[in-house]
Design a binder for this molecule. Structure first.
Ligand SMILES: [Zn+2]
Length: 120
């Protein structure tokens, strides 16, 4: 699977299956911890999990949905946030429903994909 979906290389890829006219790709992060966006404290305490659906670039004529398993972490008691959701840098904007790849903000640089500057 590595290289087939270069924007997903940092993720653990699960089942890839056709669902009607779409392709669902299940993915999850590999990191054991996440850093709180408020106080920058790393946390390993998983509070809950949920699935986030992200529209991705199509394969042939099939729409692709990334079904990302997201963990909600507990944070330290001194922080204003009680929980926070892990993010995948470069995959999608916070609260975004489309991947950066779908939005066209990726560009090829040699043999790697990199986040391209936003188009104005
Ligand atoms: Zn915090």
């Amino acid at each position: 699977m590595r290289g087939l979906f270069p924007h997903l290389d940092g993720l653990a890829i699960g089942t890839v299956r056709a669902v009607g006219s779409t392709v669902h790709i299940e993915a999850a992060t590999r990191d054991v911890s996440a850093v709180c966006p408020c106080c920058s404290t790393p946390s390993r305490r998983v509070h809950s999990r949920y699935r986030r659906r992200l529209s991705d670039t199509s394969i042939t004529v099939r729409e692709v949905i990334i079904v990302l398993r997201v963990r909600q972490f507990c944070d330290n008691s001194d922080c204003a946030r009680t929980t926070f959701a892990e993010q995948v840098p470069g995959l999608a904007a916070r609260y975004g429903r489309r991947t950066c790849c779908y939005n066209g903000c990726w560009a090829r640089s040699g043999s790697h994909w990199v986040a391209a500057p936003a188009r104005g």
